[in-house]
Ligand binder design. Structure first.
Ligand code: FE
Length: 288
């Protein structure tokens, strides 16, 4: 770590969102509206749903950014206004570039609804650069088994985006970005490459250790701005550390956001609402 680096650690307390959704959200909160290019981090759950109690997000729009859903435990089904539908389960990722606009739903699977079960995962919002905000929507979806897994020396790292220990994810990111699910055994350490100048977030899921020599414990997120070309996580000798690590090169552009839309200017934001209201986002075609 170079001496110019500054790390802040923010808490991610569990809060109940509208609709009863339980999340840990390091930001937007505590006066941090975003960490360029990341607009939001939600750790969903972990929560144990009783039969009939699982909840999700019914039809809603997005424009101007990417939503990434990574499931640690559970099952989610999604469908959208471009005829795309799919199911993601433990270990799987869906990387959706909303671009000019989609309407989608993100719901628990019928199986989760019927039987209940554990739900744990992440939803991350990543901003798009000005010239990509109105691009064609795109989906990338991978099963956990198709994402590289690094397992050695007390390290377990699923490479969701970017690379670690020479293993590269098949995900094509719009801005240079890294997303790793890291589990370290007691005293284990991982050093992973990121694009120099990235903003990096180490969201601690469980355990204790350090990020770039700064102490980090579960349910907190360490935020590092303007990184060097690698960062290091370490677990305390007494126990392990589980982290979702995110890194991305900042866009340095103005952010105008409201609800499900993230644009550069207020005018573009108003236009997004008009387009949505007038039906320009289409609708989800359902057979019945
Ligand atoms: Fe959504």
């Amino acid at each position: 770590m170079n001496s110019k680096q500054k790390i802040s650690v923010v808490p991610a307390p569990q809060v109940v969102e509208g609709g009863g959704f339980v999340v840990r959200r390091p930001f937007p909160a505590h006066g941090i509206s975003y960490v360029d290019p990341f607009l939001l981090i939600d750790e969903m759950g972990p929560v144990e749903y009783a039969p009939g109690k699982a909840i999700g997000a019914p039809d809603h729009p997005h424009r101007g950014f990417e939503t990434v859903t990574y499931i640690i435990d559970g099952q989610m089904e999604h469908e959208d206004s471009h005829g795309h539908r799919g199911s993601i389960r433990s270990g799987d990722v869906q990387w959706m570039t909303a671009g000019a606009g989609v309407i989608h739903s993100e719901m628990p699977s019928q199986e989760m609804l019927d039987r209940g079960g554990r739900m744990h995962g992440f939803q991350i919002w990543i901003n798009l650069p000005r010239e990509k905000k109105m691009s064609q929507p795109r989906y990338q979806e991978y099963n956990g088994g198709d994402l590289p897994l690094v397992e050695d020396d007390g390290r377990w790292i699923r490479v969701i985006a970017g690379e670690a220990y020479g293993r590269k994810s098949p995900i094509e990111t719009t801005v240079p970005a890294t997303m790793l699910h890291v589990k370290l055994g007691p005293g284990a350490e991982a050093t992973v490459p990121v694009a120099a100048g990235s903003n990096v977030i180490a969201h601690a899921i469980s355990g204790a250790g350090s990020f770039e020599e700064t102490a980090l414990t579960e349910h907190n997120a360490a935020i590092l701005q303007n990184s060097a070309d690698a960062v290091t996580l370490r677990a305390d000798d007494a126990g392990g550390l589980e982290v979702l690590l995110l890194a991305g090169l900042p866009l340095g552009e103005p952010v105008a956001r409201y609800g499900p839309f993230v644009m550069n200017t207020m005018n573009e934001l108003e236009r997004a609402f008009e387009d949505y209201r007038s039906g320009n986002f289409g609708e989800i075609a359902r057979a019945n």
